[in-house]
Design a protein around this ligand. Structure first.
Ligand SMILES: *Cc1c(COP(=O)(O)O)cnc(C)c1O
Length: 412
């Protein structure tokens, strides 16, 4: 049996991520490899650190990449911050909040969650009340949860955490680059992301930034580990051993030593992903992060008005929606299997992918993204035009041209 060269079908990825990568990012990935300690490699790693400081809006020295998808960044942050028995508070407003709680639990945390119904965000007072009641070491919060499209305001949460001496971790995977994000001004201790949303790259690299006080805390665990090698057996050793970071790959102390001036060998940096992450950030920084956020707002608004122009409802508290994704209510006329049938026709007939949904929203909404390279007028208009045709073909009465016209008004 012989295999052909890989030839993916042309697709316009308009779901909640992954999105179609910017061709310049794909080209960067095809650049030749260099050795681990080649001067070009170390220069490129330093450039990447600088670029992501701008992307995260931070002065944090410790700003680099964790190799792996966004989840690798989440795990690295939590396994390095959380010691067994620590209290971790997770405000859950969608699927990824549950993921943070699950990972914190695996780190041995005593996990406390507070919840709002899907489609809403937390008022800062609700988070402060929970912080007072739980007195956590770490507050772990998603900024933008693609499962509900909501974007949790964070500006006041950091101040609450400082006041109560709580470390603030934030998963900004879905939102970074398309919504305002200020690591330092908002007092965020660790933030992580991925490339496949607003950064316009493929999945497989997790940018991370770490505040000096979080670095110090992680460093203290490292000293415990060093001490372990010196103390002979006994109960104290077992207690201390519980404090050692329970992962080698995701031990941020080791990863920091690898990216830092000492360049202590750890993993083999994923060179092609390093190039991708560099190009994603370079494009964003060249455009201007604030300009990119404004671009996501404009095209997100056009998509929002466009789906409404087709007579479709939009799920959730739209005032707190991420700019780069919208949850569109599946018309009841389509019946139980109709939502998937529409997505199937969009893919088969137009090569356009939109997203399904999870948990309480399964079968109720589609999720349509306008992010990264696809936060573009032609991508928005083409998607709306195709959706109109497919809905009509599936028996839904939609206003002719209503979606494109409403979007064009935003662009006018
Ligand atoms: C998309 C998304 C992820 C994705 O994680 P991967 O490991 O890259 O699949 C994580 N967190 C949030 C909030 C997301 O929206």
């Amino acid at each position: 049996m012989s295999h052909q060269e890989i030839a993916p079908p042309p697709r316009l990825l308009m779901g909640p991520g992954p999105i179609s990568a910017d061709p310049r990012v794909l080209r960067a990935m095809a650049a030749p490899l260099v050795g681990q300690f080649d001067p070009f490699m170390t220069t490129t790693m330093n450039e990447v650190m600088g670029l992501y400081r701008t992307v995260f809006d931070t002065a944090n020295e410790q700003t680099f990449l964790v190799d792996g998808t966004s989840r690798a960044g989440i795990e690295a942050a939590l396994v390095s911050l959380v010691e067994p028995g620590d209290r971790v508070l997770v405000p859950v407003f969608g699927r990824f909040g549950h993921l943070l709680a699950e990972i914190a639990g695996r780190c041995g945390a005593e996990v406390h969650t507070i919840e709002v119904p899907w489609g809403q965000v937390f008022a800062p007072e609700a988070i402060e009340d929970a912080v007072r009641a739980v007195r956590p070491k770490v507050l772990a919060c998603v900024q933008g949860d693609t499962s509900t499209t909501m974007c949790q305001p964070l500006a006041e949460i950091g101040a609450i955490c400082r006041e109560h001496d709580v470390l603030l971790y934030c998963d900004a995977t879905a939102s970074l680059g398309g919504n305002e994000f200020r690591t330092d001004a908002w007092g965020i201790d660790i933030a992580t992301a991925g490339l496949q949303k607003c950064l316009g790259g493929p999945s497989g690299s997790a940018p991370i930034t770490i505040s000096p006080r979080a670095v110090e805390m992680i460093g203290a665990r490292r000293h415990v580990e060093a001490g372990l090698r010196e103390i002979p057996g006994g109960e104290d050793v077992d207690a201390a051993r519980g404090r050692v970071i329970a992962s080698n790959y995701f031990d941020l102390a080791m990863v920091m030593d690898y990216w830092g001036p000492r360049r202590l060998n750890h993993h083999t940096e994923a060179t092609s992903m390093l190039y991708a992450a560099r190009e994603s950030a370079r494009l964003l920084v060249t455009e201007g992060v604030d300009t990119a956020v404004a671009r996501h707002e404009r095209h997100g608004r056009a998509m929002l008005d466009g789906v409404r122009g087709l007579g479709l409802g939009v799920f959730g508290d739209v005032a707190h929606k991420m700019s780069n994704v919208v949850a569109v209510e599946i018309p009841e006329a389509l019946g139980a299997a109709g939502g998937d049938a529409v997505r199937g026709s969009l893919l088969d007939d137009f090569g356009i992918e939109i997203g399904t949904s999870f948990g309480p929203l399964h079968g109720k909404v589609w999720r349509i993204g306008t992010m990264g390279f696809n936060a573009r007028k032609d991508a928005v208009l083409t998607t709306l035009a195709a959706l109109e045709q497919v809905l009509r073909a599936h028996g839904v009465a939609v206003p002719p041209g209503g979606g494109v016209a409403a979007a064009q008004e935003v662009y006018a």
